[in-house]
Design a protein around this ligand. Structure first.
Ligand SMILES: C[S@@+](CC[C@H](N)C(=O)[O-])C[C@H]1O[C@@H](n2cnc3c(N)ncnc32)[C@H](O)[C@@H]1O
Length: 459
């Protein structure tokens, strides 16, 4: 396993950090805000690691400005990788400076104990841990970061976490079957799976983790999958989760590149023109770009199904998704041959995020990993990181993606985010500990609970 490399230049490109990866500020700042409401200090110190384009900073600024307890002097420290810069983060920091103090320091999450001078009230992070896993040493890097967090938190302090939801299973290594019939998905499997398993940081290395594809009932090496024949694949459920997640991010990346010849509005009010939000059904607004390789008939079909709306076009989201898959198939065909701009767009996506592992821990495994590793922190007074209220663990579904996935593949895995608010509880605080164990019971298997119990009790 070569291991993936963090591409600072692609990660920091304005179209990515300031726009593509900068939506959902409310969700990203939600738990940090809740944590601030719960800590008692009049001058709470909040640290956000990996703020990216700063959407959660902007959200917190707006909420604190509108809140009743403005007398509280909130201090915000942002920790970002050296070399990563963002214009929208600068804007968000300006907004925050009107309601509190805000500073940006550079460094890595793994070194947070050396970066901060003294303990803080709240640490928060969104979409960070999968990066620490992918580029910072896999489970070793992740566990050592978890062991560091209690050392920078005051007693009773909190860690607010948000990242990609994995699956509802005890383990990501549980095997299951998936079928793929659409050409764009089959091509994607052929191109994505070998480079992800060969070059990404991932946990699928044992004999029981092998990925087996069958076409016409025969085993076929992934490099030789035919995109015209349906495939039945057998693999760890985590691999299928990665395939799904990566297809969605590639689709987004290709749309934004303009290479398909049409680009949807992915931000602002036109991005949320819902026909039925609960079921993820929307009207898509899009504009045309100058791409010349897509067959004119494909662009023509999309326009025939669309309506003109002011200076752009609009179409039912389901139709748009289908047209996208057909165009993506044509895109992937050229990208596979490393042809011109399609080859470039594919390579930039692979380098920026195509080797990341998004889903590295189920909620069961995540809660157990935090509880067990936090008890090993280098502290005289032992503490444990656990959620202490039932609603400190949240799963938020992505209805739009789920709707698309249900139509594109026969048995899709749930697309969602997982959010957990951990409290740093002393192992001698039996009331908080029993609240914590009650929360863990909702999500954890008996074997995980036993590991936590043993860790807390010095076993
Ligand atoms: C996927 S982006 C998420 C940005 C932002 N938190 C959000 O949710 O919109 C990951 C962020 O974490 C930063 N990052 C990645 N690895 C890091 C590390 N080891 N330590 C600190 N920050 C890191 C990246 O530079 C980026 O800002």
């Amino acid at each position: 396993m070569a291991g993936a490399t963090f591409s600072t230049s692609l990660k920091t490109a304005a179209g990515y950090i300031d726009v593509a990866a900068n939506a959902h500020g409310e969700e990203k700042g939600h738990l940090a805000l809740r944590a601030l409401e719960r800590v008692r200090s009049d001058r709470p110190h909040l640290v956000e690691i990996g703020p990216g384009g700063g959407s959660s900073v902007a959200f917190l600024a707006s909420q604190l400005a509108a809140g009743e307890d403005r007398a509280r002097d909130v201090r915000l420290t942002l920790v970002e990788v050296p070399g990563v810069v963002s214009t929208s983060l600068e804007q968000a920091m300006d907004d925050f400076s009107r309601v509190g103090r805000c500073e940006l320091v550079t460094g890595f999450a793994q070194d947070i104990a050396n970066i901060l001078n003294g303990p803080v009230d709240v640490v928060s992070a969104s979409a960070l841990l999968h990066e620490v896993y992918s580029y910072g040493g896999g489970y070793n890097g992740l566990h050592s970061m978890i062991r560091t967090i209690p050392t920078v938190l005051r007693p009773g302090g909190m860690f607010a976490y948000r990242d990609v939801y994995a699956v509802k299973a005890p383990s990501l290594h549980d095997r299951c079957l998936q079928t793929y019939t659409s050409r764009s998905w089959l091509r994607f499997l052929r191109m994505f799976v070998p480079q992800y398993l060969g070059e990404g940081t991932h946990p699928y290395h044992s004999a029981s983790d092998l990925v087996v594809f069958r076409q016409d009932s025969r085993i076929v090496p992934v490099e030789r999958l035919c995109e015209r024949t349906g495939v039945v694949a057998s693999a760890p459920v985590g691999v299928f989760r990665e395939v799904q997640r990566h297809y969605i991010t590639l689709r987004d990346h290709v749309w934004r590149s303009g290479v398909l010849g049409f680009t949807p509005f992915l931000e602002g009010p036109l991005a949320g023109d819902w026909i039925d939000a609960r079921y993820g059904h929307k009207r898509v607004h899009f504009f045309l770009t100058d791409t010349d390789w897509l067959p004119a008939s494909q662009k023509g079909m999309l326009l025939a199904l669309s309506e003109q709306y002011m200076d752009h076009w609009t179409v039912d989201g389901d139709v748009f998704d289908e047209c996208t898959d057909i165009a993506l198939n044509a895109f992937l065909e050229l990208a596979e041959r490393d042809d011109g701009v399609c080859g470039e767009v594919w390579r930039s996506w692979v380098t920026r995020e195509g080797r990341e592992t998004y889903a590295y821990l189920t909620l069961d495994a995540l809660l157990a990993a935090f509880a067990v590793n936090s008890t090993e922190a280098a502290l005289e007074e032992r503490t444990v990181l656990v959620p202490v209220r039932v609603d400190d663990v949240i799963r938020r579904d992505r209805a739009y993606y789920q709707r698309y996935l249900r139509r594109a593949i026969p048995n899709p895995l749930r697309d969602a985010k997982q959010l957990v608010l951990f409290t740093n509880v002393s192992v001698d605080d039996s009331d908080s500990l029993s609240q914590g164990m009650q929360c863990l019971q909702q999500w954890c298997s008996k074997s995980s609970l036993a590991r936590v119990y043993s860790a807390i009790n010095g076993g």
